[in-house]
Ligand binder design. Sequence first.
Ligand SMILES: [Zn+2]
Ligand SMILES: [Zn+2]
Length: 271
Amino acid sequence: MSEAKVTILGCGSAKPTKTTSPSAQLVDIGDKRFLVDCGEGVILTMQKLGIKTGRLYNIFISHLHGDHCFGLIGLLTTLGMLKRTQPMHIYAQPDLEKLLQPLLDYHANDRQYDVIFHPINPRKHEVIFEDRTVSVETIPLKHGVPTCGFLFKETKRVKKEDGSFEYVTTKRYAYCSDTQYSEKIVPIIEGVEALYHESTFLNEHGARSKEVKHSTAAEAATIAKKANVGKLILGHYSARVEDHNLFLQEAQPIFDNCVLAEEHLTFDIGD
Ligand SMILES: [Zn+2]
Ligand SMILES: [Zn+2]
């Protein structure tokens, strides 16, 4: 049985702090490894944690705010120095290729591997990656720029009573950042084993949260409750809140099985 887990590389919001880097996480599911968002400093964090990049072939970028993609050029140039030869696939809205390709041409033109861009439509809920053990779907989110989350599904081939085979979904993980409160995502993430939902602000910042199209911890918990998920992981904390326990205190009365993302922590998906 493969282990499904998510490792937090960064869980801060736009402004890096002493304790938080911008958004990035590694999702291990279906015996594969995926990078979700790539905030500044991702390659440094991976090196500190001893995480190898050899098994990483796919990167998913939720949107093009800098705190979700500024780490890409650092990561991709370092992979060139590490003599990588396997291609790297990047799933993001089409503008990313326009922004990143000139940097790759300038800084990493001698790399021995291909960077393959897969343009996605963040407004549409659809399957964007599929193989024998994992599928990935977009989750349209509400934010200041086109943004989508990602739903990872582990699939297994099982034998039916008549001897034929079918594929069944065994574990699901949903990543929803950045977004304002949106009940439209509930049917898509219904019953997932683990949900990462942004929790940028506290109740006291409610007006600011709406203005900049983010969510409070209580709103994240409300979505988790309505979608009847197994576990809620909070993250994308505003730099103005130093004590992250305050997020937990506002979320837990609404949805009990709730944990705080912190850098370098790993959470099981399911079980
Ligand atoms: Zn962000
Ligand atoms: Zn954003």
